[in-house]
Write a protein that binds this ligand. Structure first.
Ligand code: OSB
Ligand code: MG
Length: 369
């Protein structure tokens, strides 16, 4: 199949509340959206890059240039017969995985719509509902944190992740654990600690956490293996696992007990599924992380999370946790049992609200064969 037209948009979609991690703060989704057209159908994908190079190296500006100067022309020149061919096409491109994932997602969506098959069934998903939780950013004080977490618990979320950093780790974790003794709880440091903090981090073992996410450097695997030997709580790697090879290295080194899979971080659903399979083989559970996506990227995450080894709740909250209005007409809604329902419709199932999308589009380019 030849792709006939590619459209890429830069959008800005404000969050209901700012989101703060150990190292940065986001007030809006600044994704790149990719639209592929062929044979009378279209597919959409989201590259959920941050506002600055704080999570990984990519930004909306870098993804835009890589998409315009390389990814779009390469795809227009290619002949593809399945979505995995887009993953293979882009193996020549170094890093820039979120930009690549935007195109790869769009290909899955396009093929699914043309073949009348849901993304879940294309990927081999086995669940109609996926367990989800909510990621809670750094808050100004403990009272505010307890109010914010309380509102999510009341809304039905049974798993909470707290963002931590030096000076905001033991105290907030203790406060939430004491207030909700049975809550599924985990923490995420976004690479702010060093191996010399091992003794301090081991104090988190007291709080019955599901996992401690990415305590050490964004590109480290080696020191995480050393740290894991000093903690009872499983380490979960996020930033460090950017490819199936990185997952293999982490598994062989026993650098983590859990892997957070974000399809956008690893270049798309093809690589995400490979990492899922590899972790399953090693007996290591995985869960689906999030990048504060719109309904487009969220649909890809939800479908991926329906695979069998996604046994821990994902950071795939309902759309209203992020946006007052999403760019889809079928936003994800939280079920009473802290799950989201996996769409059955062809492709990702996302039903775009094109009028609203126009309003949040900052810039676009279109290339045609
Ligand atoms: O580290 O998991 C992370 C958001 C942006 C960048 C990195 C992370 C996150 C989250 C939020 O924790 C997950 C979500 O709700 O989408
Ligand atoms: Mg993380």
């Amino acid at each position: 199949m030849r792709i006939e037209q590619i459209e890429v948009r830069r959008i800005e979609l404000p969050f209901v509340a700012p989101f703060e991690t150990s190292g940065w703060r986001e007030v809006a989704n600044h994704s790149l959206l990719v639209r592929l057209r062929a044979e009378g159908a279209e597919g959409w994908g989201e590259a959920p890059v941050g506002v600055g190079p704080w999570y990984n190296e990519e930004t909306q500006a870098t993804a835009w240039v890589i998409a315009r100067d390389h990814l779009a022309p390469m795809l227009l020149d290619a002949d593809i017969s399945r979505p995995e061919d887009v993953d293979a096409l882009y193996t020549r491109v170094r890093a820039n995985r979120m930009a690549r994932a935007g195109f790869e997602f769009a290909a899955w969506d396009l093929f699914g719509r043309l073949q009348g098959q849901s993304l879940r069934s294309m990927l081999g998903g086995v669940r109609q509902q996926v367990d989800v939780g909510v990621s809670v950013g750094v808050q100004p004080d403990i009272a505010t944190l307890l109010r914010v977490v309380g509102a999510y618990v009341d809304a039905g979320y049974r798993r909470v992740k707290l963002k931590i950093k030096p000076g905001w780790d033991l105290e907030p974790t203790h406060a939430v654990r004491t207030t909700w003794p049975n809550l599924l709880l985990q923490v995420d440091a976004n690479s702010i600690y060093a191996l010399t903090d091992a003794e301090h981090l081991a104090r988190l073992d007291a709080y019955d956490l599901l996992l401690i996410e990415q305590p050490l450097a964004h590109d480290d695997i080696f020191d995480h293996a050393k740290l894991q030997r000093r903690l009872r709580t499983p380490i979960c790697l996020d930033e460090s696992i950017v490819s199936p090879d990185h997952a293999r290295w982490a598994l062989e080194l026993q650098a983590c007990g859990v892997i957070n899979i974000k399809p956008s971080r690893v270049g798309g659903l093809t690589a995400a599924r490979q990492i899922h399979d590899m972790a399953a083989e090693a007996g290591v559970p995985v869960w689906c992380g999030g990048m504060l996506e719109t309904g487009i990227g969220r649909a890809a995450n939800v479908a991926l999370a329906s695979l069998p080894n996604f046994t821990l709740p994902g950071d795939i909250s309902a759309s209203d946790r992020y946006f007052r209005r999403d760019i889809v007409r079928n936003p994800f809604v939280l079920n009473a049992d802290s799950t989201l329902t996996v769409p059955d419709a062809p492709g990702s199932g996302a039903d775009l609200d094109l009028d609203f999308l126009e309003q949040v589009t900052l810039e676009r380019f279109v290339v045609t064969r």
